[in-house]
Design a protein around this ligand. Sequence first.
Ligand code: ATP
Length: 369
Amino acid sequence: MLKSSSCISILPYTVKQPSYLKTHHRISSNLSSGRFTVHGGGGGGGVTAISSSSRLRELVFVVNPQGANGRTAKEWKKLLPYLRTRLGKDCNICESLTSGPSHAIDITREAIRDGADAVIAVGGDGTLHEVVNGFFWEGKPVANLNGEANHSAALGLIPLGTGSDFARTFGWTNDPCEAVERIAKGIRSRVDVGVIDNEGKDLHYFINVADLHLSAKAGFYASKYKKFGNLCYVIGALQAFMGHHNRDMRIRVNGGEWEMYPQVTALCVGNAKYFGGGMKITPNAVPGNGNLEVVVLQDFKWYDFIMKLHKLYNGTHLSVNNVSSRSVQSIEVQEISNSGSIYVQSDGEHLGFLPRKFRVLPGAIDMIS
Ligand SMILES: Nc1ncnc2c1ncn2[C@@H]1O[C@H](COP(=O)(O)OP(=O)(O)OP(=O)(O)O)[C@@H](O)[C@H]1O
């Protein structure tokens, strides 16, 4: 169980405390003893309500103050009084501000090990991605070290980023009060997670969309234009087309035969539907169905991208020539010419270059939804 003290806003600890709290604030406490009924667990797609017994829920909010070009910090500050009022009676609320890239991963791991009931990403898809990666360590789910066998931490989200694309699949808006309501209700559902590896090494997890080549370059460039809001992704894509070469690739689905895919512009592996600030790139992806949707764009030029942009946004691009889609449990992707120039990204995080294998972990995380 997490360590706590009486009701104060900013608590200088005198006892050993989890490091994710060291520079941060415990906002509410009154921790009573006893256990807390969490969920039924099990396979993909199940939904279970949290019911509290005598112990308060331990919620750790991982806040990226730099999200949405600094807007996340401002929104979070405004949200805190409401959050305290709405959740403070039933929950211990810990906030932890990230200090830079990857910090959210460490905060999450430590929070789960210390027995948090939920770790809630506050920010955009990049922050959510890091929190998701914090649920795993060396290829396995991170365990609560308090010996509570039936206790697993849930993932939560207050979408306050630029794109906040994962939230779109569920129809969630960037309204933080709506997100607080979801957390107050505490309904959990199992969601799938994608995992990417390079010959069994270098594991990375994604909950939204992993992709490669043009769209991955676009994501990299978009990060430099966040001040333009969602337009940053279109600007990033156009910049990525400069000097871009479509490449011949081969793919292998579910361990079957290798298949040739000439002149690939981008290959996107969706656990959820949206990326790039609202482009419905993998419109058939469902985060709890045990599959990933793979969409391949071939032989696209920059002007095709412009002409078909509206179809990308509304998800009707699958009917366009040179766009194909399939549902997979795993997909391996290699480049034929080995130019070494095919970028791979995972929920927007740059991961290096091909080859890579993508596969689904069905129902890997409980999500507050
Ligand atoms: N304190 C920090 N300073 C600078 N960068 C940070 C800090 N904390 C986290 N980051 C990085 O900022 C990246 C982007 O943040 P985030 O995804 O929350 O916002 P966004 O990019 O505006 O939203 P979206 O990804 O939804 O478009 C994260 O992937 C993380 O690596």
